[in-house]
Design a protein around this ligand. Structure first.
Ligand code: AP5
Ligand code: ZN
Length: 214
């Protein structure tokens, strides 16, 4: 099964993708994570995208489509979760072509719906384990009192350069201008499933499961 998790910044795409990886042996393809890895390892591409990402603008379609193309050639396991991709109609068309070329289909597009004011609180409270990428939140999923990641025991946690109110405003603008048209695009294909992303994490997990398993 191949699915897209669609939603504004902070909607919970990464959190829910990690759960699907654990429970369904799926492969998470997060273009945001791939771009941050390129930035952290100082590649040429990483240098190009660093400022764009810090501002909260979208990286060019060519770059992200290239990243996804590479991954689709690898192991497929229980299927792919596209997390943060596609984000433009051009990326959606490219994904359709790439899947068709490999004989794969897209089974569902899950929209995580969260109000804008709740997104700010989610983004400014977020941190992630530097070792395994487990996502925490100061209030809703705090780092354990012993300072160790529940998933890997790591003790280093980081916050993202674009997790501030100013970048978030821009990220939201980009979402409504360029990404939200994908809702109509996938609705027309009969693939859109809508989930209340404002509910507690386990409730969101159950709602996604219900949508995917029918
Ligand atoms: P990307 O990394 O994709 O970021 P994003 O879309 O802004 O989404 P986030 O990672 O911020 O949020 P999320 O929905 O994963 O939420 P999370 O689960 O962490 O992209 C970053 C940048 O890269 C872009 O701005 C762009 O520059 C570039 N880029 C990436 N892909 C691109 C593409 N395809 N094209 C062009 N440019 C691209 O949750 C957030 C917080 O809320 C966490 O603290 C979590 O613990 C908490 N939380 C989650 N669920 C719940 C819940 N149910 N209840 C309470 N708290 C919750
Ligand atoms: Zn960890």
């Amino acid at each position: 099964m191949n699915i897209i998790l669609l939603g504004p910044p902070g909607a919970g795409k990464g959190t829910q993708a990690r759960h699907l990886v654990e429970t369904r042996n799926m492969i998470q393809l997060s273009t945001g994570d791939m771009l941050r890895e390129a930035k952290d390892s100082g590649t040429e591409m990483g240098k190009v995208v660093a400022d764009v990402m810090a501002r909260g603008d979208l990286v060019t379609d060519d770059i992200v489509i290239g990243l996804i193309r590479e991954k689709l050639e690898g192991d497929k396991a229980g299927g792919f979760i596209f997390d943060g991709f596609p984000r433009t109609l051009a990326q959606a068309d490219a994904l359709a072509e790439l899947l068709e070329a490999t004989g794969e289909t897209l089974d569902a597009v899950v929209e995580l719906r969260v109000r804008d004011d709740a997104l700010v609180a989610r983004i400014v409270g977020r941190s992630t384990c530097a070792n395994c990428g487990e996502v925490y939140h100061d209030e809703t999923k705090p780092i354990p009192a012993d300072g160790k990641c529940t998933n890997c025991g790591g003790t280093e946690f980081k916050r993202r350069a674009d997790d501030n109110e100013e970048s978030l405003k821009n990220r939201l603008m980009e979402y409504y201008k360029k990404t939200s048209p994908l809702l109509g695009y996938y609705y027309a294909k009969g693939l859109l499933k809508r989930v209340d992303g404002l509910a507690a994490m386990d409730v969101v997990q159950a709602a996604i499961k219900a949508e995917l398993d029918g």
